[in-house]
Write a protein that binds this ligand. Structure first.
Ligand SMILES: Cc1cc2nc3c(=O)[nH]c(=O)nc-3n(C[C@H](O)[C@H](O)[C@H](O)COP(=O)(O)OP(=O)(O)OC[C@H]3O[C@@H](n4cnc5c(N)ncnc54)[C@H](O)[C@@H]3O)c2cc1C
Length: 504
């Protein structure tokens, strides 16, 4: 049995761990697991690679163990390995989480079945048992060769797990190639440490990456910038603040079993009204008033953030605890609503829900308020366009045009597959040969659910070609967090083993 894992971040590590745990030991000399990782970080992946310690996790340390048998493993590990950080930080710097992930994957990499190949994968080629190209359904069972960046074509694999993380950054204002435009700010230590501090800097957006960049620029050495550093945003500045601990004791009656029961009684669908009634019942029992919370915190303005940071709010904490427990069910809910119910969910509830789900680490937001009051940062709302000029950039606002010297892109990922293909050779080649199929509006890549297998119109379902991570967010809604990534990897590895032994 020959298996390839492409990308060894959290999802890839989940796949690897489960394969090594579950593949029968008696056949171990027949098993090969080749890991293709383009970078030198193993186990930690892109978000938790070695970088500046100013950039923080937005998850509480207590939620970050990757050992299901020991939920406190990460907390204890930080205390042992970085006692001063454990003492001083409620939210741990991302590179330290990366160090933990990297240390924990080492014993798996030492397994004699595992080989690490430091190469970028540029294509996946389905082939038949006889080695010829497979392009239609009667050519199954498919095997796969990988085309590597160095031009090599690998041998055939029985199963391939594409655990390639998130799409490239979006170039919303067509600035790629312009001087003093930084399209991808990571690693911040490498890309941002040499910026000229007399220049005026603009960050596009005010999401998680914008906070990383702002923290790094404000904190990484003692010299002040000549100008305030500005977030340029279209409308709403921030989402909600995540406190280090919050109440998870409110009533929570959603479950996979309940969703399955609903589907059984409703032609395989979960009616949105039933879901809303269930949530409403829980909220009533726990004193959560959704409308009141939206009125109080739904704008994400500096004033609301300041109020949130300066007040204890048991109702908000209860809501955050509720949403946290909903996270593992979100993909199931997404896949179980009818098309019209999903549309209604999107138009009536989703943006408020996402506002409360996407939380920003409390210390990061406390610093933002301080820097704003000191005149070190500004928030410029009403961004319409950005134009590169001979001397810098024009920031076209609803009511004026500002000029800045340096623009740093922190405006999120390119979810459109066709556009992302222009920046990523693997996505380009998979897209070009129609191996992958995009979802609604050309966004995200379609996979089967819950198996996460790639499919297309010509070849049908690729039984042993899996795709994980943010690229399948349209199916696995809400998967942009650490714990879901590793669990998804484990789940698909179990599926592959079952599939393989049924068919061989
Ligand atoms: C900047 C950032 C910050 C985040 N912060 C948090 C946080 O604080 N808390 C949280 O819960 N979640 C956070 N997330 C969400 C994060 O995506 C998940 O937590 C998790 O890291 C996803 O794991 P993954 O394995 O899918 O992707 P990744 O960890 O990104 O791993 C993908 C790996 O694939 C490799 N790769 C990609 N393409 C190829 C190729 N063609 N060939 C070979 N190798 C390839 C990459 O080098 C990378 O190592 C953050 C995400 C980002 C982008």
């Amino acid at each position: 049995m020959k298996i390839a894992i492409v990308g060894l971040g959290l999802s890839g590590s989940g796949v690897l761990r489960e394969l090594l745990n579950r593949l029968p030991q008696k056949d171990s000399d027949q098993q090969t697991i080749d890991i293709y990782e383009r970078k030198d970080h193993l186990g930690n992946g892109y978000p938790y690679a070695q970088d500046a310690t100013e950039i923080l996790m937005n998850s509480s340390p207590g939620d970050l163990s990757i050992n299901p048998d020991d939920p406190d493993e990460f907390v204890v590990w930080v205390k042992e390995n970085y006692p001063e950080i454990a003492e001083s930080h409620d939210f741990i710097p991302r590179p330290i989480y990366g160090d933990y992930l990297n240390k924990k994957v080492q014993p798996l990499l030492a397994d004699s079945r595992v080989n690490v190949i430091n190469q970028k994968v540029h294509n996946v080629l389905p082939i038949r048992v006889d080695g010829h190209a497979a392009y239609q359904q009667n050519h199954k069972p498919y095997h796969y060769q990988l085309a590597l960046e160095n031009g090599e074509l690998t041998e055939a694999y029985d199963g391939v797990f594409l655990c390639i993380g998130h799409p490239p950054y979006a170039d919303h204002y067509q600035l790629m190639g312009a001087e003093n435009y930084i399209h991808n700010p990571y690693p911040v230590r490498e890309k941002l440490s040499q910026l000229d501090k007399s220049k005026k800097v603009a960050l596009i957006g005010s999401g998680l990456s914008s906070l990383d960049v702002m923290r790094y620029l404000q904190l990484h050495d003692d010299h002040d910038w000549g100008h305030a550093i500005s977030f340029y945003i279209r409308n709403l500045p921030f989402t909600i603040v995540r406190k280090p601990v919050f109440d998870r004791s409110s009533r929570f009656s959603l479950s996979k079993e309940w969703i399955d029961e609903e589907k059984q009684g409703n032609n395989g669908l979960l009616p949105l009204d039933h879901l809303l009634a269930k949530i409403k019942g829980d909220f009533q029992a726990s004193g959560i008033d959704w409308r009141q919370l939206i009125a109080k915190y739904g704008e994400g303005s500096i004033e609301q953030i300041r109020y949130e940071l300066n007040h204890e709010d048991a109702m908000l904490e209860a809501l955050q605890g509720y949403i946290d427990r909903m996270k593992p069910l979100l993909s199931e809910i997404n896949m179980s609503l009818s098309a019209s119910d999903w549309q209604r969910m999107q138009s009536d509830y989703l943006s408020d829900f996402e506002h409360f789900r996407n939380q920003l680490a409390q210390p990061a937001m406390e610093d933002i308020l301080i820097w704003q009051s000191q005149g070190k940062l500004t928030i410029e709302s009403g961004l319409k366009d950005i134009k590169a000029t001979d001397n810098g950039f024009e920031m076209v606002m609803a009511d004026r045009t500002d000029t800045v010297d340096i623009v740093i892109n922190t405006a999120g990922f390119e979810k459109n597959v066709g556009k992302a293909a222009q920046q990523d050779p693997l996505i380009h080649n998979l897209w070009e040969q129609k191996l992958i199929t995009s979802g609604k509006n050309g966004q995200f890549i379609q996979v089967t659910w819950p198996e996460s297998q790639i499919f297309n119109q010509n070849q049908g379902v690729h039984d042993s070609l899996y795709l994980l991570g943010f690229w399948i967010f349209g199916t696995q809604f809400g998967n942009n967090n650490a714990s879901m990534s590793i669990k998804s990897g484990e789940k698909v590895a179990r599926h592959f083993i079952d599939y393989y032994y049924k068919n061989n």
